[in-house]
Structure formats: structure tokens, C-alpha cells
Design a protein. Structure first.
Length: 258
């Protein structure tokens, strides 16, 4: 696992500035949550890490290397992404989709097929999709498909796992199971999350994006205050301690305005 650094990252698309001066550090092995309202730049920030997009300003580093200085394939060996937009038109089975996670590691000279298979079996087990192996990917429910894609990201054995709204489509048990599986891996996680209570339970640190800029950073306890939640999300709230875990939990209240 490697650390991730955004250093004064800016993204301009057309004549629109989407991200500006984003400087963020995720220590190796940490779980960094990116939160913020719709359109604040979360996905764009993540796209710069899995190289769907290169910044127009600044740079993104994994370990001590600017990721634009290495090949896409080398970056795919170190960064796996679960993204919002995935087009799989071919009728792959779930197992075949997971196996595509091994492609960046395929060497032309040495056969690692057996090891690849073992890694995929473990990844499917970790994501709780072993029972879906032979199913056509296109026949899966939204939540099943999401978990298969998480297994594919696990199979990639990355140093850095990028999760863009990973709990989309998942029922509450699977939301927790998938994020726990991500946290328990030897990996640095950078995740865009809408659910503030999930963010508080799983993230070591949070970054709040607003209008493409870093508006706040800190531990969940530092960031998730009623005042901040109102400022960034425009809704009142009450923040309590989780009865067992030492983390804040939020109850929203439209009438409660700071
Ligand atoms: N290719 C593009 N061309 C023009 N505008 C774009 C492009 N990609 C993103 N944007 C705009 O940039 C802003 C940030 O988008 P982004 O998807 O990063 O936000 P987000 O915080 O992930 O939003 P959400 O919570 O709704 O998923 C939005 O206003 C979006 O419309």
C-alpha cells in the first residue's frame, strides 16, 4: 500500500473550473472519505487518481511518483477503481468480470493463471459473491453487480482502492460488509461517500469538497458538526456519539437550523 497525495490539483473542462487547488494527503493504509454536495467535484477528484482524467494544474502522486509519469497499465497495477459509470455490453459471467481485474498484472512471459484464479476466488469470497460466479453479469441486480465490481477491484490487488459511491444499490448489511472488506485489506482507500454516518464509521479522515475546493478536512469528529453540515449540505442536524464506537452519528432535522 502506498500513500496518496493531491498537490494543488486543478481541473478545467472546456472553460469551466471543476476543481481548484485541491491539496490532500492520504497516509498509506488509511481510509480517506470525500464528502460534499452533488456536483462539488468528488468524482472528478477520484478520476484524477485512476487516470480517467489528468489534472490541468498540479499533480497526483501515489507513493513518491506523479501518476502521469507512469503508463496507464502501471497505474492500473497500483490503483483499482470502483466507478459510477461502467459499460459492460458483452455477456460476461460474474467470474469473467472479476477476472478482468487481473489484466493489468498479466505478464507476457510468465503464466500466472493459477495464481490469478486463486486471487479471484478470494476476492469473490471477500465481496460475498461466490454464489454468483456463473451468472451472466447483465442478469444481476444492481446490488449484486456492484458487489461483483467490488470483487473485481479487490482482484486487482491494488496499493490504492478508489471507491466512487461504493454503497450505491447495496442494502444496509452489504453496505457495511463491503466497506469493512475494503478497510480490512492492505490498501489505502479513497472513497466518495454520500452517507455521512457510514463515512464517520469507516473513514480515518474526511475531506469536504464544496464548489470544487477543499472546504474542510479532519477526523469525522472534527468535520461532522451540525454547523458544518448545515453550511455544506444546507440541512439541520443533531450529532450524537455512536453508543459503541467512538464516532459521531448524524440525525438530520429540517427544522433545526443553526
Ligand atoms: N466532462 C464534463 N464536462 C462538463 N462539466 C463536467 C464534466 N464532468 C463533470 N462536470 C461538472 O463538474 C461538477 C463536478 O462533477 P462531479 O461529478 O465531480 O461531482 P460530484 O461531487 O461527484 O457529484 P455527485 O455527488 O452528484 O456525484 C459538476 O457540476 C459537473 O456537472
Amino acid at each position: 500500500m502506498r500513500e496518496v497525495d493531491y498537490d494543488q490539483v486543478g481541473v478545467e473542462i472546456g472553460h469551466t473550473t471543476i476543481l481548484r487547488d485541491v491539496t490532500v494527503h492520504a497516509p498509506r493504509g488509511s481510509f480517506l472519505g470525500i464528502i460534499g454536495p452533488n456536483g462539488s467535484g468528488k468524482s472528478t477528484m477520484l478520476r484524477c487518481l485512476y487516470r480517467a482524467l489528468d489534472p490541468t494544474e498540479g499533480r497526483v502522486q501515489v507513493g513518491d511518483r506523479d501518476i502521469t509519469s507512469i503508463s496507464m497499465r502501471d497505474n492500473a497495477r497500483q490503483v483499482a477503481a470502483l466507478t459510477q459509470r461502467i459499460a459492460l455490453d458483452f455477456d460476461f459471467t460474474a467470474a469473467e468480470v472479476v477476472a478482468t481485474g487481473r489484466l493489468p498484472h498479466r505478464s507476457l512471459t510468465t503464466s500466472t493463471a493459477r495464481r490469478d484464479r486463486e486471487i479471484c476466488v478470494q476476492a469473490m469470497s471477500d465481496a460475498g459473491v461466490t454464489h454468483l460466479v456463473d451468472r451472466a453479469f447483465t442478469s444481476l441486480s444492481g446490488g449484486e453487480a456492484q458487489r461483483v465490481l467490488i470483487a473485481r477491484a479487490f482482484a486487482q490487488e491494488p496499493e490504492v482502492l478508489v471507491l466512487d459511491e461504493p454503497t450505491n444499490h447495496l442494502d444496509v448489511r452489504h453496505q457495511y460488509a463491503v466497506l469493512r472488506a475494503a478497510r480490512d485489506r492492505e490498501v489505502t482507500v479513497v472513497a466518495a461517500l454520500h452517507d455521512l454516518n457510514i463515512a464517520a464509521q469507516f473513514c480515518d479522515r474526511l475531506v469536504v469538497l464544496a464548489h470544487g475546493r477543499v472546504a474542510a478536512t479532519g477526523t469525522p469528529r472534527e468535520v461532522l458538526t451540525p454547523a458544518a453540515i448545515h453550511r455544506f449540505f444546507g440541512i439541520g442536524s443533531h450529532v450524537f456519539d455512536h453508543p459503541r464506537l467512538n464516532v459521531p452519528q448524524v440525525i438530520f432535522d429540517e427544522k433545526e437550523v443553526e
